[in-house]
Design a protein around this ligand. Structure first.
Ligand SMILES: [Zn+2]
Length: 51
């Protein structure tokens, strides 16, 4: 299974559930959130938080 790597700190983000498109995963190290946009191939993008 392909891995989601945090673009910010390069730590692997582990999902407890099977990933689906639209999932939001949060890095346990830095809190960066990434959204799954495709599974095959695996693609994801960082969610930009508005403040
Ligand atoms: Zn991170």
């Amino acid at each position: 299974m392909e891995k989601v790597i945090c673009p910010d700190c390069q730590v692997e983000i582990i999902s407890s559930n099977p990933m689906v498109v639209g999932d939001i995963l949060e890095c346990s190290e830095c809190g960066t959130e990434v959204e799954i946009i495709s599974l095959t191939p695996l693609k994801y993008q960082v969610l930009i938080e508005e403040k």
